[in-house]
Design a protein around this ligand. Structure first.
Ligand code: GDP
Ligand code: GDP
Length: 445
């Protein structure tokens, strides 16, 4: 079972150069496969794109970090620095109509510090007629290759994307692809900077004293740990990323979510850490939302429990805040732990195991139909338009999470309360207490 990562491509540039136009251009063709999780707003600044078989995460850094109070140059400098740290490929956009600006100069200088692939793009070149004239001022930057583009009128788009595709393809070849033992459960540890992800992995590895080999990840700053525990093996994916000494600015925190997105691409189970000292934050909710959208198994760890050990009131507050922020999350196991003292960590692996098994569980059609019959007998369906709702049969149509279809005489007549009853009845009857399930209703024709 090979493992590979999902590169992050960042759009960097001053406001108004056309980043969001290009972002939409690239992501628009994407087919919407995700079904949105209630209560979690989809963030339109990141999106998963597959370009000619190469998946990547595209991020509009302008959208991440719109802080009009910042002086322009320092603002975009920070953005570029964060992109260098967190992204794998950078598309730096300039504005061909405005011409070269001091801020562009400053960013190009910052980008020279990295050897990551960078595309210097001059946007708003709306056709070949003005290309040479509009590009000319930008040669002063001394950049070998400038890409002329009109994100709005699609000039130069294909050429740019083909070149990006080539870089993505080379990257895949360069990647160290490791063969993992069959049935390795891939577990990503996610959460805000300093929540304790690395400490947690160290604690697990130390405490369990198992066969451990460190696999250097595809980017120099991430390390996967393969851990064999009895009959099972686990790939522990750390998303901590690079830490610039003594600096965890708010901006870096916002960028750190990219590492989570990339790790979600390649994990089965997402373990999201929350800091008991700080309580639940918006960023935590967002990470959990992404995990659900990606259809990953989810476990919530409230870490640093030692900080609130003697404080019953604070403990209740923290747990209540998690429940409030995510009312739809009743299924996800929630453990209180401490990476520092090791408290609660023994409980983690059995939970990872059951989440994984439940996520992948498959049921026979006969068993499912029996369950459906019992459910309907115990609680008869409502009347819809003078007719009683009928449910004919059911079958499983997918896993991760388990998905079922139920054929009915009127899918429109299945109201929320009866749907919720069936979902709960199925979860109970199938022993799926730790994962969400989806039931779709179809009209029998
Ligand atoms: P952002 O702030 O960098 O995300 O920039 P936007 O994508 O919001 O674009 C800023 C403005 O530039 C909008 O009015 C766009 O319609 C316009 N724009 C974007 N791309 C092009 C382009 O290729 N040609 C022209 N003429 N205008 C563009
Ligand atoms: P990461 O950025 O999420 O990988 O976080 P680290 O593992 O580097 O931890 C950040 C800081 O929190 C470090 O100073 C850790 O010692 C501390 N820390 C991690 N886990 C705990 C915990 O359970 N309790 C306490 N009190 N501190 C912790």
């Amino acid at each position: 079972m090979p493992t590979s990562s999902c590169p992050i491509v960042a759009l960097v540039g001053r406001p108004n150069v056309g980043k969001s136009t290009l972002f939409n251009r690239i992501t628009r063709s994407r087919k919407a496969l995700v079904d949105p999780t209630p209560g979690v707003t989809r963030d339109r600044h990141y999106d998963r794109v597959v370009w000619e078989d190469h998946p990547f995460i595209l991020v509009d850094t302008g959208g991440i970090d719109d802080n009009p109070d910042d002086a322009l140059v320092s603002h975009i400098r920070e953005q570029a620095l964060a992109a260098i740290d967190e992204a794998d490929i950078i598309l730096f956009l300039m504005d061909g109509r405005t011409g070269l600006t001091p801020a562009d100069h400053a960013v190009v200088d910052i980008l020279r510090r990295t050897d990551k692939p960078i595309f210097h793009v001059v946007n708003k070149i709306d056709g070949p007629e003005h290309e040479q004239e509009l590009l000319a001022p930008f040669y002063e930057l001394g950049i070998e290759r400038l890409w002329a583009l009109s994100a709005e009128h699609i000039y130069g788009f294909r050429t740019l994307m083909d070149a990006l595709g080539t870089v993505l393809a080379e990257r895949t070849v360069d990647e160290i692809v490791i063969d993992l033992p069959e049935d390795t459960v891939k577990v990503a540890f996610l959460g805000r900077p300093n929540v304790g992800k690395s400490s947690m992995i160290n604690q697990i590895v130390g405490e369990e004293r198992m066969v451990v080999s460190e696999i250097s990840g595809t980017t120099r700053d991430s390390v996967d740990t393969l851990l064999v525990r009895g009959r099972y093996s686990y790939l522990l994916i750390d998303t901590a990323g690079i830490r610039r000494k003594g600096k965890t600015t708010e901006k870096l925190e916002k960028f750190s979510i990219l590492k989570s997105l990339a790790a979600l691409e390649r994990c089965d189970v997402a373990v999201v850490l929350i800091d008991a000292g700080e309580g639940m934050t918006e960023q935590d909710t967002r990470i959990i939302g992404y995990a659900l959208e990606q259809g990953r198994g989810l476990i919530v760890l409230v870490n640093k429990w030692d900080l609130v050990a003697g404080d019953k009131k604070r403990q209740e507050e923290v747990l209540a805040a998690v429940g409030q922020a995510l009312p739809f999350l009743g299924f996800a196991p929630l453990l209180t732990v401490s990476a520092l003292t090791g408290y609660g960590i023994k409980r983690l692996f059995p939970v990872i195991g059951s989440v994984y098994r439940q996520f992948k569980a498959k049921f026979t059609t006969a068993a499912l139909n029996r369950l459906l019959r019992e459910a309907v007998e115990e609680h008869s369906p409502p009347i819809y338009k003078n007719k009683r709702l009928k449910f004919y049969y059911t079958s499983q149509i997918g896993t991760c999470p388990p998905k079922f279809v139920i054929m009915t005489n009127s899918s429109k007549g299945v109201h929320f309360s009866y749907e919720r009853y069936l979902v709960n009845r199925f979860r109970q009857g199938l022993g799926l207490d730790k994962v969400p399930i989806r039931i779709f209703f179809r009209d029998k024709t």
